[in-house]
Structures are given as structure tokens and as C-alpha cells.
Design a protein around this ligand. Structure first.
Ligand code: PEP
Length: 256
């Protein structure tokens, strides 16, 4: 089964809306010259909430081949949840994706597996594809090995999704995020393979074969191709390198 490679740029809390416009214009310029056409690799950016409107307007006005995602979503539909943003609002802004369960939110905002599951369900119900992040800390790795914690997180995150729901999985070892200490391609393959086995067991062959499993953690233009050569790695979730136009453009033009 062939899965369209997916490169996702998580800008984190960087770039105001003017800087966002400048970055998207530069990336769009590079994509025009790129070897890939839209059917070969899908590229999406995940700006802060405050940039979504500007980026959406630019993408649609200039027909830029970039997908749009948000970095978080409320598990609730609407109401007295000050500071939260609902999936319905994101859908109105043409967001196709939303990141859920990023380790920075699990660690910094106390997000449990239950919350991540509820956010996945809320996104899916609004027609937005959740990008479910899972990954082990350095301590988890030492205690449980690489795959056990990400596998448990994934099982919990998809437990309440309806049959046939589309989602993306991002394996992001916490020890590799923003450290320059990327997992080896073999390590990434091993865990991505284990995560696909979880999908096979929980959702069946069709979902396991169709779902894209990404690697994230210090991905750069130097190492992206090696990940993309792995059988169970279908793309990359890129953090720091996604806000550097030249570097991100090189990453999306990876050559296997
Ligand atoms: C991330 O935050 O999802 C990430 C992978 O960050 P970085 O690429 O900077 O390690």
C-alpha cells in the first residue's frame, strides 16, 4: 500500500502573523521550483492560532500547495472554556490537521492520555485530521525500552475514534525534540513499525496500511532522506527547522 509522504512543520510559539506571511511566501517560492509535485509529497504548516487566518488567506489566494494545521484544539465544542479554541473554529479557517498530544503540551499543560483522546475525537468530529503525537522520555527509554510508552499512548489516543477515522501518528521521542540528538533511522523505523502493529491490532489492516506514521525529533535536511527510506516512516514532523525557509524547503525536497 502506498502512502503519500507527509512533511509537517510545527512552528511552535514562533512567528507573528507578519513573519508567518513572509515565511509562507518564501516556502511557496521554493516549492514552485521543487522536484515534487503535490501527489509525491504533502507539505503542511502548523502556525500559532493567531497566524492561521493570515496563512489561510495567503494559501488560498495564491493557490499555494501547502496544507494548514493548528497546534492544539479544545476537547469541547463551545462554551465557558476561556482561552481554548474549538475544532469547529479551526475547520472554519480551513485547517485540515491539528496536532494533539505533543510532548510539550503533555509536559507543560498536564495533558493526559484521556485529554489527548478527547481532543482527537473533537477534531475528527469537526472533519479535522488529528496528528497524534506519542513518544518516550529518556527515562522511559531506559526503563521500558523505546516502543512501550508510545504504543500505550497511541492505543489510548485512538480508543474512542470511530471506525475508519483518518488520523496521522507522529512518533516523537522526547529526548530527540529540539536537542539535535535525533533518533537513528533504524530506531525510528523500529518504533514506527511497532506503532503500525498497534494500529493493525486495534483498527485492522486497512487502517494500519493507510495511516501515515511520521518521525519527529531534530529532523533536518541532512537526515530527512534516511528516515524517508525506512519502510514504516511516512514523513516527518519538523519543529525548529520548519521556521527557517531555506532549511524547510530543502527538507520537503528530500531525495530518497
Ligand atoms: C517538534 O516539536 O515536534 C519537533 C520535532 O521539534 P524539533 O524538530 O525542533 O526537534
Amino acid at each position: 500500500m502506498s502512502r503519500t509522504p507527509f512533511i509537517a512543520g510545527n512552528w511552535k510559539m514562533n512567528l507573528d502573523h507578519l513573519q508567518a506571511i513572509a515565511l509562507v511566501q518564501k516556502v511557496a517560492w521554493a516549492l514552485k521550483d521543487a522536484r515534487h509535485d503535490a501527489s509525491e509529497v504533502e507539505v503542511a504548516v502548523f502556525p500559532p492560532f493567531t497566524d492561521l487566518r493570515s496563512v489561510q488567506t495567503l494559501i488560498s489566494a495564491d493557490k499555494i500547495p501547502l496544507g494548514l494545521g493548528a497546534q492544539d484544539v479544545s476537547p469541547h465544542e463551545s462554551g465557558a472554556y476561556t482561552g481554548d479554541v474549538s475544532a469547529r473554529f479551526l475547520a472554519k479557517l480551513d485547517a485540515q490537521y491539528v496536532i494533539v498530544g505533543h510532548s510539550e503540551r503533555r509536559a507543560g499543560h498536564g495533558e493526559t492520555d484521556e485529554v489527548v483522546s478527547a481532543k482527537s475525537v473533537a477534531a475528527q468530529a469537526a472533519g479535522i485530521v488529528p496528528v497524534i503525537c506519542v513518544g518516550e522520555t529518556a527515562e522511559d527509554l531506559e526503563e521500558h525500552g523505546a516502543a512501550a510508552i508510545p504504543a500505550a499512548q497511541l492505543r489510548a489516543a485512538i480508543a474512542d475514534l470511530p471506525d475508519g477515522a483518518e488520523f496521522v501518528v507522529a512518533y516523537e521521542p522526547v529526548w530527540a525534540i529540539g536537542t539535535g540528538n535525533a533518533a537513528t533511522p533504524e530506531q525510528a523505523q523500529e518504533v514506527c513499525r511497532a506503532l503500525r502493529d498497534v494500529l493493525r491490532e486495534a483498527c485492522g489492516d486497512d487502517t494500519a496500511d493507510a495511516t501515515r506514521v511520521l518521525y519527529g525529533g531534530s529532523v533536518s535536511s541532512q537526515n530527512v532522506a534516511a528516515y524517508m527510506r525506512q519502510a514504516d516512516v511516512d514523513g516527518a514532523l519538523v519543529g525548529g527547522a520548519s521556521i527557517k525557509a531555506d532549511e524547510f524547503s530543502r527538507i520537503v525536497q528530500f531525495k530518497k
